[in-house]
Design a protein around this ligand. Structure first.
Ligand code: BTN
Length: 316
């Protein structure tokens, strides 16, 4: 089945006859497999009578060799399709694989977002990356970690020419209020002592048309700058920037984060599972907590499961 994707990866038309011959199957079987690829992997396949089939957009597979050639020092596991790179990273940890390491996938069948949401992960279009690091120094080192990761993503986007990218507390990356990347951090072990941190990043790279599946407003690097992007190169840049930001620490990047916060000074509602707090965003404190002015009193809010919305606005 995946060989069929490889035959179509150039984005050119290929007849059912050609594909069938290459794979040693009938034209009807080609059609059936393509139907399955659309349903199971989210592939966008165009059919034109007399021309055959083509992918809506060409793609280059993620390449471990190129990542190493680009200087990546950490072990990399690349999957064609997996439930979730974060879930796989957690499984690898439980099997005794030592951090640091990186899990990448062309497709996620159960991509996880924050607050129990799904992360739409069509085959070959975006970056689905989980990077696992070990923290030995206790809870202090975890302070502001998700904000730090946001800065790494922001820097990579800026280097690609997406200069209007902004951050939204705690860890969304937006362009003109549309989500371009999301971050999901999961911990294993004792946060006060030794733990492993799974840093999951979903970055919309080449995705152009998934309106029906994604309920939030979104964009991608390709939508912003108009050209097809090299996901392997972006993965290498992101891992490199992640290491740099983790090395600098949150205190060093706090100003940069605040400078690029989309909603400073805006009226927002902060939602927890059970309640809602309305206020005006002041910024963040030294541990990455959100500083909110609630009727003249400053409130500090922390926690990955909080969600921020602009007041009288359904986007979050
Ligand atoms: C969010 O809700 O904004 C967080 C989305 C995080 C998605 C990424 S994709 C790679 C990694 N694997 C997952 O299952 N989730 C994260």
């Amino acid at each position: 089945m995946l060989n069929l994707i490889r035959l179509l990866q150039d984005g050119q038309f290929h007849s059912g006859e050609f594909l069938g011959e290459a794979l040693g199957i009938s034209r009807a079987a080609v059609w059936k497999h393509l139907k399955h690829l659309e349903a199971a992997y989210g592939l966008d396949i165009h059919r034109v009578r007399g021309k055959g089939y083509r992918l809506a957009s060409p793609f280059e597979p993620l390449s471990q060799e190129r990542l190493f050639a680009l200087g990546e020092p950490w072990p990399i596991f690349i999957h064609e399709s997996i439930d979730s790179t974060n879930a796989e990273a957690l499984r690898l940890l439980s099997q005794g694989v030592q951090a640091p390491f990186v899990v990448l996938a062309e497709h996620q069948s159960g991509g996880r977002g924050r607050r129990g949401r799904a992360w739409v992960s069509p085959y070959g279009e975006n970056l689905y990356l989980s990077c696992v690091i070990r923290i030995d120094g206790g809870a202090r080192q975890l302070e502001g970690m998700s904000l730090l990761v946001g800065v790494a993503v922001l820097r990579v986007l800026q280097s690609l020419g997406v200069s209007s990218a902004q951050l939204k507390w705690p860890n969304d990356v937006l362009v003109a209020e549309r989500k371009i990347a999301g971050i999901l951090i999961e911990l294993v072990g004792d946060p006060a002592d030794i733990c492993n941190v799974v840093i999951g990043v979903g970055l919309n790279v080449n995705m152009l048309s998934r309106q029906a599946e994604i309920t939030q407003e979104w964009t991608s690097v390709r939508s912003e700058i108009g050209s097809l992007q090299d996901r392997t190169q972006i993965a290498a840049a992101l891992l490199c920037e992640l290491r740099r930001c983790l090395g600098e620490g949150f205190v060093a990047v706090r100003r940069e984060w605040e400078l690029h916060h989309a909603w400073t000074g805006r009226e927002v509602s902060v939602l927890t599972a059970s309640k809602r707090v309305d206020g005006v965003v002041l910024g963040i404190d030294k541990s990455g907590a959100l500083r909110l002015d609630v009727g003249g009193t400053e409130l500090l809010l922390n926690g990955g499961e909080l969600s921020l919305r602009l007041r009288d606005d359904s986007r979050a």
